[in-house]
Design a binder for this molecule. Sequence first.
Ligand code: HPA
Length: 253
Amino acid sequence: MKSDSTKVGIIGGSGLTSIEDLQVQQQRIVRTPFGETSAPVVFGRLRDQTVAFLARHGQGHTIAPHRVNYRANVYALAEIGVQSIVAVAAVGGIGADFTAGRIVIPEQIIDYTHSRESTYVDGTTDAVTHVDFSYPYTESMREILLESAHRLELNPYAGGCYAATQGPRFETAAEIDRIERDGGNIVGMTGMPEAVLARELGLRYATVALVVNPAAGRSSEVISFEEIFEQLDAGMKKVKRILAECVPAIQKL
Ligand code: HPA
């Protein structure tokens, strides 16, 4: 069933399996030709707008990054009428501008993932087409996210390149050095193929990234889940404020 008023979808990552401010109206299991979504789609009111929320790793955070059914997730949101997806990502930071706690609205992607179902146009059903992906994030959405974060005085970093790695392990120090040489600034495991799938379906898509740890080899500490969870706790509060702030403007796009 399409819902005309639900134009904004939010895909939550680690640390954002639910949104407390969301007044939940209903949950719906959406069937797709690509299988099951990570979780039921939750419909709720956020700042007087109806939004659709999907927990990327499942409601109990049980689905590893390489096992997420990205095709089903993005297809399901499109199917219910979503036109713009705000993706939330917890990431490692590379370089002095990307320390823990920083909010980043990236503008580029380098994809290091492999062996994931990463397209709807694989030639099995329709003729193969090639989608333009020069600028992977939707600029109008990036601007709204940045304005929202600025209004809340959260000092967002405008730009930067998201390096999508395969996981579920963290990277080696040498891999992070290579990613930095390539031009990557933040590193996460779920940004692809989600972004390109949204593009293939003609959806707007942008990411709010929260740096939760220095990337591998960039601090003397071992990357620990405890450290990440501490950062997630504090940082996702900021992300939720940005989400509430940005939804009315994104709804109008
Ligand atoms: N690397 C990859 N993914 C991540 C990291 C990281 O350091 N931190 C959070 N997600």
